[in-house]
Ligand binder design. Sequence first.
Ligand code: NAD
Length: 480
Amino acid sequence: MQQLQNYINGKFVSPLSSEWIDNYNPSNGEIYSKIPKSKQEDVELAFEAAKKAFPEWSNTTLEKRSQLLLKIANLLQQKLVEFAQAESKDNGKPLSLALNIDIPRAISNFEFYAHALTQFGSEAHESVGKNTINFTLRKPIGVVGCISPWNLPLYLFSWKIAPALAAGNCVVAKPSEITPMTAYLLSEICIEAGLPKGVLNIVHGLGNEVGQAMVEHPQIKAISFTGGTKTGEHIARTAAPMFKKLSLELGGKNPNLIFADCDYDKMLQTTVKSSFANQGQICLCGSRIFVEESIYEKFKNDFIAETKKLKVGVPSEASSDLGAVVSEAHMQKILGYINQAEKQDAKILTGGKRVEVKDYENGYYLEPTIIEVQSNRCQLNQEEIFGPVVTILPFKTEEQALEMANDVRYGLSATVWTSNLDRAMRLSNTLEAGIIWVNTWLNRDLRTPFGGTKDSGVGREGGFEALRFFTEPKNVCIQY
Ligand code: NAD
């Protein structure tokens, strides 16, 4: 059975403890590889390698840094199919999604920051009348930590690593222990691309061991984290007394507001995607759907009909719209929420059950599920389920829709469907979320700030925001 290895100081190494964790294939429930169960001492090795590499990497010319990132992107492009197959197998997502979204986006992340770093300038302020000029240097921080989740494994891993490296930092990175495979394959590419040793180090293992050791490390001065709100809170509590820079991209419970004056067909097709893409395991999925009363019954019938057309099946088959959810534990968590529907006075309109796929009976397949709720205050509308489950609820007025949309602890994204420009602007101003989509969803320009408000996190990724996060500004004031 394949044993993955850590990538430290430019080489593959086993964990010092020689302990391993089972890695499951969600499509059939079988263990198909082992990953290092690394500990604090492995993180220390990675840190030492990164620290040693930092003086040279931080002084490597922008052109050279850019070329290396482009080389990684090119190699990923050449191995697109291999990476997509690995991502689909490791995560359970349809191969078509990995081929069209996950891996192309990981390639774009490296390409984008390869270019962005050459355009990232420092600022100067002339103090007129005082014979004084200020300029602000943007120095790399040193050794930084990147921690990512399992839902978009390489996509989110590279979304952190690329800007961190572009800004001149050396990195200790940890992918999710649930989906480690493409991060491992990325280490191979880094070696092939000639990335200098120690610049990027990838340590595999559990969150409460490897992740915790990174967050506790006094000399890892910044942590970029994407994951659950509870983990984010724990990281903030641990890191705050050491005054670390923190970027926390956390959970969501995003509202999807549908008005009667929208482009109905486009809305319906997009809403099916925003509900069930990646088995609903995208932090930006619109899991709370609010529909204007006058079109509620029509929407409900059409949405159920479209959802019933979706095929749940083996991730590698082209005909599968939904694959498997990521793990047995996650499947049970989702089913737990679905099973509470009745107690919460809610009605399952379609779905709600585990799917048995022929020859893959032990895989973690779930039906796409629509639940009609009576109130936005119920648990199904207040807690992140992070699976193929959405709720629907009618509203009478725009004010009521806005109130329900904002009545939640999260504030990552929101979607509005309307052809009324005034309403689109009003809601864009008042919805409590870091990302608002009007008449579209998951439409991304990598230059824009990405992140959430409220319990969805602090800080923004994307564009120059990430380069600012991964650098320390230093102002120089000269009088002449
Ligand atoms: P998680 O919080 O369980 O784990 C995320 C990562 O943190 C993993 O690598 C894990 O090993 C690590 N970790 C766990 N405990 C840690 C600790 N004590 N110290 C340091 N690291 C630790 O999240 P998950 O289940 O992998 O991912 C799902 C969550 O991620 C959902 O809540 C989802 O909304 C969120 N998410 C948010 C965004 C966003 O951009 N806001 C994007 C994708 C996913």
